[in-house]
Structures are given as structure tokens and as C-alpha cells.
Design a protein around this ligand. Sequence first.
Ligand code: PEP
Length: 250
Amino acid sequence: MSRRKIVAGNWKMNMTPTEAVALVNELKPLVVNDDVDVVFCVPAIDIIPAMEAAKGTNINIGAENMYFEEKGAYTGEISPAMLNDAGVKYVIIGHSERREYFAETDETVNKKVLKAFEHEITPIICCGESLTQREQGITIDWIRQQIKIAFLNVNADQAKKAVIAYEPIWAIGTGKVATTEQAQEVCAAIRVCIGELYDAATAEAIRIQYGGSVSGASAPELFAQPDIDGGLVGGASLKPDFGKIVNYNK
Ligand code: PEP
């Protein structure tokens, strides 16, 4: 079975609504590739204008975060129903920046993942080790633990539709790309872990991205690995280089 590639941009806290429309318009002719699902995960305030600008194209507009409650007194949060109403189909959950700066934990990640599935939004579930953890040789154990908690009470049908983004923290925004071997090794270990939690069919179906300083130059080799099904892209998603990443196979 061959998995369809998925390339998602993570705009982080960049682009005003006006700039978002301009960027979608600039990138839309560059990100056409029938072999790839293309997602722009944008700040909440940019979702509606970006969605309008992307109408009629292959671009999916996603969110960068979502809360795990339905509604109520959670000042500043965005609910799954709000994302549903806006037509959002993908949401990044548990990015390492959210874990570091906004105290997200494996447990809150799990709650958000469950809530996203309840609302038929595909979670892009982030995991990754720090440089210290890599140097201590505990990368695989750490990632397996993150995955096991993120998928608690997620059923196999849901897990098959999930996207996991393996993002070594030391490679995010640093220009340091993990070597192809490092990225493939961890993505393969994640697939083994999913196979243990569920079954072979789920492990075969789930899509696993690599993220961390991906560029048009590094994408072809990374995405050619057997267990890497695309990328989660920060810095380069704001530039024309994103088109090269999406068209890694052309
Ligand atoms: C990210 O933010 O998920 C990311 C991978 O960023 P960058 O591509 O800039 O390293």
C-alpha cells in the first residue's frame, strides 16, 4: 500500500490577515501537485481570509492549535466547533513550541487529539526529542512514550486517519536538518509503536511526517524514505521554497 504524501506549512505567529491573503495568492500556483495533500496551518485570525483566498485550489487551510473543551469560559481559546464552522479539516496538536511556551503536556495533547477526532478534524500530532535527550540516547523511548499517551483511547479507525509529525526540537528553526537516516529511523520506530498499539493495517495506513528545517533542497531525499510520508514545515512555508517542497518529486 502506498500512502499519499502530506506536506503542511506551519505559519506560527506570522502573517496579518492582509499578508495571509497575499501569501496564499503568491503560493497557490507553486503548490500544485496531484500526488500530495497540501495544508497551510495558519493563525486563527487568518483562517477565514486564507480559506477565501484558497477557494478552488488544492490548498487546505488548517489551524495551529485548538482547545479540548466544546465551548465556554476559556478566554482566548478556539473551539473545535469554530474550526468545523470555518471548514477546517486539519489541526496541529502539541507542537514543541506549545509544549515549551504554553505548558502543553502529553495529557493535554491526548485530550485535544480525542476532541479533534470527535469533530472529524485530522490532528497533526507532534512529537520530538530535545538535543539532550538525543545525546543521552533516549530518543526512541521518549518518542514512544509521547505517542502512547497521545493515542490513549483513540480507536484504530481514527488512528489510521491521524498524521504524526516527528520533529526533533533541535532541528526546528535552527537550519539543522536531521540526517535522512536519523529521520527515517525515528519515523520507522513510530510506525512500529503504532503497530504494537493497534495492528499492522493501522501502522501501514498512518502518515508520518518529518519536520525540522525542511527545504526544497532536503525534501526529495527525506520524502523518499520508506517511513516518511511528507513534512511539517515552518520557516520555508512562508516562502516560494514551499512550492519546491510540495513538488519534491518533480
Ligand atoms: C515547525 O515549526 O514545525 C518547523 C519544523 O519549523 P522549521 O521548518 O522552521 O524548522
